[in-house]
Design a protein around this ligand. Structure first.
Ligand SMILES: Nc1nc2c(ncn2[C@@H]2O[C@H](COP(=O)(O)OP(=O)(O)OP(=O)(O)O)[C@@H](O)[C@H]2O)c(=O)[nH]1
Ligand SMILES: [Mg+2]
Length: 377
């Protein structure tokens, strides 16, 4: 899986390697800044990352910082209970919705689940034909109608048909372009409403497809869709065709949504479950020497990251303590000093019994004892 990912991110990796041809065990901040910008990490995030690091950066430090950008709730919505599990696929035109639906269908099928497709992009005749072709190719049933017909009726029929046949999953395609954004919003909202009529709780996941070649400019698009209908997670396509893989950091951080999969080619097999650790390591492999890799613990606690292990009440408590001291929690690993606007890093101390605020020189500005997070006074 790891090498498949490496191939998918080839262009991004090549770009980093071209900017820093010699691998090293440490990198200085200025150089790192350039590399991250080259890979299309957005300027704001680069600044935040750089701000939180010492002058020369070791692999482990950078790993901890980069991994912390993937701060969304990792709670997974999984098929449970009543069938079918309904997924609604949305995104702007050409993002890769229809192709991704074929990829998902193949994946689910390989897992032994039955799948039915709903061709609710009725805006163009070609869109219906394209999905039919895929359904034929991977041999799954499809519910469709004529061009111009009501897309929510297709969604309703697809879910009803899957219910009647005991099919595990329904994936619904939608149009990416209508005359106006308002039309698109109305249509999508209606599809969502009608799905729920066909089956309470449906659609179980609303997945936004983003075109990876657009890099950071996909973020505003995503915000618009989030506002329209709410989005549960993202799939980023076409990463094989772009050097802008670094945009994933900004996308994850800004939208605070899980990235479910990434698309790395035009074939039905070219979909990889997204794993933040593998992704970060692929980027770091392009910068650092092999020896340094072994220095990074691959799992479990690294002494200055595992803020992921905090419970919700503990995190709340930490937030309150920080706020009293004039800091806002930006993510699980960064705080911002309200007065100066500067970003600092949150670090768990060597004994894993306190959380500290560190400045750029790794000086400790504040310490919060683990037990203080458990009291509620
Ligand atoms: N290289 C590459 N191409 C992709 C990937 N995903 C989709 N494509 C291509 O992108 C183009 C658009 O894909 P579609 O699936 O038709 O996109 P769509 O969002 O359904 O587009 P509309 O229906 O027009 O809104 C097609 O030529 C796909 O083959 C990917 O991961 N990598
Ligand atoms: Mg399409």
């Amino acid at each position: 899986m790891f090498s498949f990912l490496k191939r998918g991110l080839k262009k991004t990796v090549e770009k980093i390697e071209a900017a820093a041809p010699k691998k090293r065990d440490k990198i200085n901040k200025e150089e790192l800044e350039d590399l991250l910008l080259e890979a299309d990490v957005s300027y704001d995030i680069v600044e935040k990352i750089i701000d939180s690091l010492p002058k020369t950066v070791k692999r482990a430090q950078l790993y901890n910082t980069l991994i912390s950008l993937f701060i969304y709730e990792t709670k997974k919505i999984e098929p449970a209970g009543e069938k079918p599990f309904v997924e609604l696929i949305v995104g702007v035109n050409g993002a890769g919705k229809t192709t991704t639906i074929a990829k998902l269908a193949l994946l689910y099928k390989k897992e032994g689940q039955s799948v039915l497709l709903g061709a609710a992009d009725t805006f163009r005749a070609a869109a219906i034909e394209q999905l039919k072709m895929w359904a034929d190719k991977i041999d799954v049933p499809i519910v469709s109608t004529k061009q111009g017909h009501d897309p929510s009726a297709v969604a309703y029929d697809a879910i009803s048909s899957a219910k009647a046949k005991g099919i595990d999953r329904v994936i619904i395609d939608t149009a990416g372009r209508l005359h106006t954004q308002a039309n698109l919003a109305e249509e999508l909202k209606k599809i969502v409403r009608v799905c729920a009529k066909a089956m309470p709780g449906a659609p179980h996941r609303k997945i936004l497809i983003l075109d990876g070649t657009q890099g950071n400019s996909a973020i505003n698009q995503a915000k618009a869709f989030k506002e329209m209908i709410g989005i549960d997670g993202i799939i980023i396509t076409k990463l094989d065709g772009t050097a802008k893989g670094g945009a994933l950091f900004s996308i994850a951080e800004e939208l605070k949504l899980p990235i479910y999969y990434i698309g790395v080619g035009e074939k039905a097999e070219d979909l990889i479950p997204f794993n933040a650790e593998d992704f970060v390591n692929t980027i770091l492999d392009a910068i650092f020497t092999e020896e340094e890799k072994r220095a990074v613990p691959s799992s479990g606690k690294t002494h200055n990251v595992d803020l992921h292990a905090l419970t919700k009440p503990q995190l709340k408590k930490l937030e309150a303590l920080l706020s009293e001291d004039g800091y806002d929690l930006l993510s699980k690993h960064f705080v911002q000093e309200r007065k100066s606007g500067r970003n600092y890093r949150l670090v768990i101390n060597e004994n894993s019994d306190s959380i500290e605020i560190h400045d750029q020189e790794d000086r400790v500005l504040k310490t919060y004892k683990a037990e203080d997070l458990d009291t509620d006074g």
